[in-house]
Design a protein around this ligand. Structure first.
Ligand code: ARG
Length: 479
């Protein structure tokens, strides 16, 4: 029988002549944050033990003791969280804390668990499994909640017509629902992007790192394909060196988070603008606003501003991770330990922002009464008028010129809308370019509300195409 380690002695202490310096100890530890990998670490160890038993490196009795011990530990951590008594900074990380506690409890079989593996393939495996869960379960569920919130505001705003903006200048009239569905579309694509990141962004199945050992694999007859099959949707490592050195999936994941952050930030900015007195297009519930300690009249969109601002943190996370990886020689390097801080932080930021965003959208309404009077400004129906002339056989470039001239004429005559011109005025300008003469039917193509009903191209911001979009989203989201 081998003598058991004292519980606080490191498994590798034999090689090092003195205890780790106290400052170094605090500096090197990662248990304060990588404890969050405990479920994945334990699942990895249970799979590894099953594999060791299968190939005859441990007995079935050993395997059972290991599994039982690990499940007990998992239940305790489920209960105690980061306060679990087995988390000891002197044991550095989740892998050593769990293994050391297991060995304290079950003795010799615990000492066999690390056969044919290293913390290097262990940590890569834990992180791969953690990201897979976050990217295909937790975050997608939050994205779906946000998408449902947009579908629902789209539905209750289907009759609200509003201006759209390019260059933040009035463009064409749209249904407010169409704008809500545009955001929905972005967040739905984020969900798919995340799921690709979670699955390792590749055509084949992702390769489980477990079985890669420290770098070169093992001379023992281990079966990494078997552990991969236990994880499901994974295959054996193709290169033990690459599997322990790569953090590609972490980069893909943080990039997907950065994209979500970007979309959230753009949406938040749009609504902050809409909430201003100048616009007044959107109202959100008071419970998502704050006031000012000095200006009693204030009603500030602080939650939206924080969502907009936190995007910067996630971009920082992405750059942080990419920079940590820059220049790293192939094989494991301790720099890689920093990846987890970043992955967790990017995840947490996104998760909190998504929950906040869904709550805000659910509380919001487009303010039809404020929007409606503004529709008369900005010649929103100009493009529609040009398209109407196209249906009468005028080339688009000519029609564009005619409408441009009509708009200029309105401005000169102090008219704020094309519909204020008479049929004679239309015909007078049209006559400079064409033999066409129009009648009162031309007014069907004018006015924001009419225009929105005339859209017929796929994906258009009103009319039948919008009804179809909304129907499709409701079906897909089950709302
Ligand atoms: N805590 C380490 C990390 O997160 C685990 C791997 C340590 N490996 C080593 N050879 N020191 O990367």
């Amino acid at each position: 029988m081998t003598k058991m380690n004292n519980q606080n002695t490191k498994s590798w202490q034999a090689r090092i002549s003195e205890a780790t310096d106290a400052i170094a100890q605090e500096f090197v530890e990662s248990i304060s944050y990588d404890w969050r990998l405990y479920r994945q670490d334990i699942a990895g160890s249970i799979a590894h033990a099953a594999m060791l038993a299968k190939v005859g490196l441990i007995t079935e009795t050993d395997r059972q003791a290991i599994e039982k011990g690990l499940r007990d530990i998992e239940a305790e951590i489920d209960r105690d969280g980061p306060k679990w008594s087995g988390f000891k900074p002197e044991l550095e990380d989740i892998h050593m804390c769990v293994e050391s506690e297991l060995t304290n409890r079950i003795g010799e079989p615990g000492r066999k668990l690390h056969t044919g593996r290293s913390r290097n393939d262990q940590v890569a495996t834990d992180l791969a499994l953690w990201i897979r869960d976050a990217a295909t379960k937790q975050l997608p569920a939050q994205l779906v909640d946000l998408c449902k919130a947009f579908a629902s505001i789209a539905e209750r705003s289907a009759d609200v017509v509003m201006p759209s903006f390019t260059h933040l200048q009035r463009a064409q009239p749209i249904s407010a629902a169409a704008e809500a569905l545009a955001w929905l579309q972005m967040f739905d694509r984020d969900r798919e992007r995340l799921s690709c990141a979670g699955r390792g962004y590749q055509t084949g199945l992702p390769q489980s790192p477990l079985g890669s050992g420290a770098i070169a694999g093992s001379s023992l007859p281990i079966d990494p394909a078997f552990t991969a099959s236990i994880f499901g949707q994974m295959v054996a490592p193709q290169s033990s060196i690459e599997r322990t050195a790569s953090r590609d999936q972490a980069c893909d994941f943080v990039f997907a988070c950065a994209m979500i952050a970007q979309h959230l930030s753009r949406w938040a900015e749009q609504w902050i603008i809409y909430m201003s007195t100048e616009f007044g297009f959107i109202t959100i519930a008071d419970r998502y606003t704050t006031s000012s300690s000095m200006m009693p009249q204030k009603r500030n969109p602080d939650m939206l501003e924080l969502i907009r601002g936190r995007c910067g943190n996630v971009y920082g996370d992405l750059f942080g991770l990419m920079t940590i990886l820059k220049g790293l020689p192939i094989g494991y390097n301790r720099d890689l330990q920093e990846d987890k801080r970043i992955v967790f932080r990017a995840h947490d930021t996104i998760s909190q922002c998504l929950i906040m965003a869904a709550a805000i959208v659910n509380s919001a309404n487009y303010d039809a009464a404020r929007i409606e009077p503004t529709l008369e400004r900005g010649f929103l129906d100009a493009t529609s008028l040009a398209e109407y002339l196209v249906t009468k056989g005028i080339p688009f470039r000519t029609a564009h010129h005619i409408v441009g001239t009509l708009v200029a004429r309105c401005e000169k005559e102090n008219k704020h809308a094309l519909s204020q011109l008479g049929v004679e005025a239309f015909n007078e300008v049209i006559a400079t370019k064409s033999d066409l003469r129009v009648d009162a039917a031309i007014f069907d193509a004018l006015g924001a509300k009419n225009v929105v009903q005339r859209y017929q191209s796929a994906g258009a911001a009103g009319g039948r195409p919008l009804e179809e979009q909304l129907k499709e989203w409701k079906k897909r989201l089950g709302v």
